[in-house]
Design a protein. Structure first.
Length: 488
């Protein structure tokens, strides 16, 4: 008899151009590939609140989104009277992210890393929903519902826009998210940190040329997440989105440039970064819960805005969970892969919410060797300059529960023996306790010593505790009062 599994595997038909499609079986949940499908998914699970029309774009919208952050996504019809609705809080929960990928929460980092390492080239289409409506006379404040988020923000911002630019030498695209301040009717002040988009701009500016750019607003959660991948230069993050979708991403050529943008997006803003021009931008409420300061920043001039006939605008509240998680998951995936290369006994990592999902890293290990935790800390500091404090724990500690991690520090850590401090290292410039990004690193080894006697670090446990069905118990305990019981 033929081996059925082997036969099935070889019999999967492969169409030309679709050879990179992943067959993941009929019963496996599919990844979510469109924003509108994701809104349906949230609504069906009662996680999407549709507000009354007309919420003010200045603060009121952000205030409501923030209060519901992590529990419910929000949709604001006619915000400030504007015809385009605004959504927020679309992926402000780790479990939701896993659902969007079609995996279990425990597989989230591995799945993201797999996609980042094996991108799927996009597929070009000639007509796209995102180009249904074309505005060639641009007044951004009039065309788009731009919210103002935090108290001292300099004004309205685009916060959830995928910035797409091309390497002037190789033509390869880059996708990243930047805060974009409304600076004039067709002018945006953009913070370009020294990464890929900034590098491409410098290459253009050195020749005195502008850098073409497109900002994509309103996109599915996985493409949004892919934009945050820590990928090498000349890896187009839209191809990582294709890998997360398990299908090539449909893209369309921009009207004014060679850039390719997701065809299914809601809104695209096309323009150019101006060489030799810097204008004031900020302050703006950032992920550490402080303001990023005002400074002279890059300027994008907008030529065209295109959108769907019934477009939706997405905004991410500065410092909200959606903001934090979008950055945290790709960072965790990269740090985990980085640590596992040298330390195969590292099980999991977590960037904790209290540590702004950037500065505090919890590492769970299966300890084999004394001193190893300190090597792992040094590996983590080298893996991302944002990582400031590292706590290493054993495999019996739940690193997604800060109380458990604190318990491990309280009972397994001694400062004179288990503390590592590295002074004057590179950190985050947005950490106000550093001197312009220079500060100390700290590592805490909260693992048990291997030599300890068996009962010394034995965690107490009530036998059968984990099997108690609390809901059923409460339902079964009728209405007897304690007095009846005591009287007998
Ligand atoms: Mn990149």
């Amino acid at each position: 008899m033929l081996h059925l599994a082997a036969m099935t595997k070889h019999d999967i038909p492969t169409k030309p151009g679709c050879s990179r499609d992943r067959n993941i079986g009929d019963n496996a949940p599919q990844p979510v590939r469109a924003l509108r499908d994701w809104l349906d998914h949230l609504a069906a699970r009662d996680r999407l609140t549709v507000l009354k029309p007309g919420v003010d774009l200045r603060f009121a919208l952000a205030a409501i989104a923030k209060r519901l952050d992590g529990r419910r996504a929000t949709l604001f019809p006619k915000p400030g009277g504007h015809p385009i609705p605004v959504v927020s809080g679309l992926i402000s929960d780790r479990g939701w992210m896993a659902e969007a990928m079609g995996v279990e929460p425990g597989e989230l980092l591995a799945r993201f890393q797999e996609a980042a390492l094996d991108p799927v080239p996009w597929q070009e289409v000639t007509s796209a929903p995102v180009q249904e409506i074309v505005h060639r006379k641009v007044d951004l404040a009039q065309l788009l519902p731009l919210p103002t988020h935090n108290e001292h923000d300099s004004g309205p911002y685009i916060t959830a826009g995928l910035m797409i630019v091309r390497n002037p030498r190789t033509g390869k695209q880059n996708v990243s998210i930047h805060r974009c301040q409304l600076s004039g009717p067709n002018r945006l002040g953009v913070l370009l940190l020294p990464r890929h988009a900034h590098l491409f701009f410098e290459m253009a500016e050195q020749r005195g040329a502008p850098l073409e750019a497109a900002i994509v607003v309103g996109i599915d959660p996985l493409t949004l997440l892919a934009s945050q991948a820590i990928a090498p230069v000349d890896v187009d993050e839209l191809e990582i989105a294709g890998a997360l979708h398990r299908r090539p991403l449909p893209v369309v050529k921009c009207l004014t440039s060679e850039l390719r943008v997701p065809a299914e997006a809601e809104i695209v803003i096309e323009g150019r970064f101006l060489p030799g021009v810097r204008e004031p931008e900020g302050p703006f409420g950032e992920f550490p819960q402080y303001y990023g300061e005002r400074g002279d920043r890059h300027v994008m001039e907008v030529d065209v805005v295109t959108h769907r006939r019934d477009a939706i605008f997405h905004t991410v509240g500065g410092g909200g969970l959606e903001h934090l998680l979008l950055g945290a998951i790709p960072r965790e995936a990269t740090l985990l892969a980085h640590l596992k290369r040298t330390f195969p006994n590292v099980i999991d990592v977590h960037l904790s919410p209290g540590g702004t999902m950037r500065y505090h890293l919890y590492v769970q290990i299966k300890k084999r060797q004394e001193g190893e935790a300190k090597n792992i800390m040094m590996g983590a500091f080298a893996g991302s300059f944002d990582v400031k404090h590292v706590i290493v724990v054993d495999d019996d500690v739940d690193i997604h529960n800060p109380t458990e991690v604190e318990w491990a520090v309280a009972t397994r850590f001694q400062a004179d023996r288990d503390l590592l401090v590295v002074p004057e290292s590179q950190g985050s410039k947005l950490d106000p306790s550093t001197r312009d990004g220079v500060g100390a690193k700290m590592g805490l080894d909260a693992t048990k010593p291997l030599s300890a006697g068996e009962m010394v670090f034995k965690r107490i446990r009530v036998p059968g505790e984990e099997n108690v069905d609390v809901e059923r118990l409460l339902a079964e305990t009728g209405g007897s009062s304690w007095r009846d019981v005591v009287k007998g």
